[in-house]
Ligand binder design. Structure first.
Ligand code: ADP
Ligand code: MG
Length: 337
């Protein structure tokens, strides 16, 4: 179970100790009690509620759940592209929520996002050279010629060609636009990348190419990633760990292989039974989800999944369940496993 965050020790010696601890295996990113609520004319939207999550250095952690479960909000909030309503975010030993805007600008170089929609996130009026080089320019890195060389190298690194920098986004296929988005995210040499639904809109064969590119980049650049997707088949291939999210809450976390083979939480089981199996003879428990995800304007009390859960008990209405260990490094938030 994730340890609670302790108060940050003061002084240079403590800083060094914190850095050493990070190198020795503290997660690169560690969030506690993270919530994001939006005040709207219709009420408070509970987009992300009291999330605890550790992302080990060098890992690819998958974040899965139906549309509307809060994945994008969580991904953006942990980069502070969206301000959290509550909670703490530690990245490489620093408490991001305590940083000044100036310190946060410097930190942003180290944490990047590949946005969910490659069409709307790439400015149609800018050439790819501009789009990929934008961060370099904003941070005042290199001369114009040096930036062009850097963009050329980045495009080649993601499987495009340097001369494609003169083209506009509409001249690229869906898979190529994702590659442009990846090149842009890599430009500032980040340690950590949030990839938001990077393959969800692509054909299966193109998906595999992008997933393999991400795996290659993890190796060659030692990247740590949070990979957001709405189904489990993709994350099973790519990820070391998986966190399953439902209506703003993480309901189960664990090593990818074990979680996919035997999901414990009723929501994770239902999500998994929607995934087509390559081997039709493989045993599986079908648990089909009834109804729609409730509105985050008025989430159910207690366990947010109880209104759709085949195993719900009266007690599920009382409180959101504490994590229960269901295997090594595996936790499910459920009182009726
Ligand atoms: P996902 O990425 O899992 O589909 P999102 O994080 O995009 O989910 O959205 C979670 C919930 O928060 C949704 O109900 C969405 O409508 C709501 N939401 C997201 N952004 C805002 C916003 N800026 N204002 C109000 N509600 C929002
Ligand atoms: Mg999303």
């Amino acid at each position: 179970m994730p340890e609670p965050h302790s108060a940050r020790p003061a002084g240079a010696a403590a800083e060094t100790a914190a850095a050493a601890k990070t190198a020795a295996g503290e997660p690169l990113l560690s969030i506690r009690g993270l919530s994001k609520r939006y005040q709207t004319p219709r009420g408070t939207v509970h987009a992300v509620e009291s999330v605890d999550l550790d992302i080990p250095r060098g890992s690819i952690t998958g974040l899965v759940g139906e549309s509307g479960s809060g994945k994008t909000t969580l991904g953006r909030t942990l980069l502070r592209l969206v301000e959290p309503s509550a909670g703490s975010i530690r990245f490489a030993g620093e408490d991001l929520t305590a940083l000044s805007p100036r310190q946060m600008t410097a930190m942003r170089r180290r944490m990047q996002i590949i946005f969910q929609d490659p069409v709307s996130s790439l400015n149609p009026r800018l050439k790819v050279e501009h789009i990929v080089g934008e961060g370099l320019r904003a941070h005042g890195i290199g001369t114009r010629g040096e930036r062009r060389d850097r963009v050329a190298a980045l495009l080649e690194e993601v499987g495009l060609s340097a001369d494609q920098m003169k083209r506009y986004p509409h001249e690229f296929s869906g898979g190529q636009r994702q590659r442009v988005g990846i090149a842009r995210a890599l430009a500032l040499e980040p340690e950590f990348i949030v990839a938001d639904e990077s393959v969800s809109a692509l054909d299966v064969s193109i998906q595999a190419q992008i997933l393999n590119l991400l795996l290659d980049l993890r190796e060659s650049r030692g990247l740590t990633m949070l990979f957001i997707a709405h189904d489990l088949s993709v994350v099973d291939y790519l990820c070391d760990r998986i966190a399953v999210m439902y209506l703003g809450r993480i309901v189960e976390t664990g090593p990818a292989r074990e979680l996919v083979r035997a999901p414990a939480h009723p929501y994770a089981r239902a999500l998994l039974s929607a995934v087509p199996q390559p081997d039709p003879a493989a045993p599986r428990n079908r648990e089909v989800l009834a109804g729609q995800i409730p509105s985050p304007l008025d989430p159910p009390s207690g366990c947010v999944f109880r209104t759709r859960c085949p195993r719900a008990l009266q007690a599920c209405a009382a409180a959101f369940p504490a994590p229960v260990a269901v295997g090594p490094g595996r936790f499910a938030h459920c009182i009726n496993l």
